[in-house]
Ligand binder design. Sequence first.
Ligand code: ZN
Ligand code: ZN
Length: 110
Amino acid sequence: MSGNLWTEEQFNCPVCLDLPNEPVTIPCGHSYCMGCIKDYWSKDNPRSPGVYSCPQCRQTFCPKPSLSRNTMLAEAVEQLRKGALTTSARESIRRLLSCWKMNLHPSLRS
Ligand SMILES: [Zn+2]
Ligand SMILES: [Zn+2]
């Protein structure tokens, strides 16, 4: 259920469907372009103002999570753009990303 699932598409920003520019990862673990997620969150949500949701999994955040550039993902995207991301590099990125997600969600570490 893992391994082969890690493809270029998983790096893509679900909003613009392209490799993310200035990638940021939000607390649910999904990644977007800094610009796309900022734009998405700048629109008022009439049903629940002040609540910010992930466009992909609909997990909600309140208050708005701070957005910081995911340096590791930015590097991976850079390599992907050059077509140079090897299978082992992908694997280490996948591991790093899941560790990183665990740190954000200690409850997942059962
Ligand atoms: Zn985007
Ligand atoms: Zn999400």
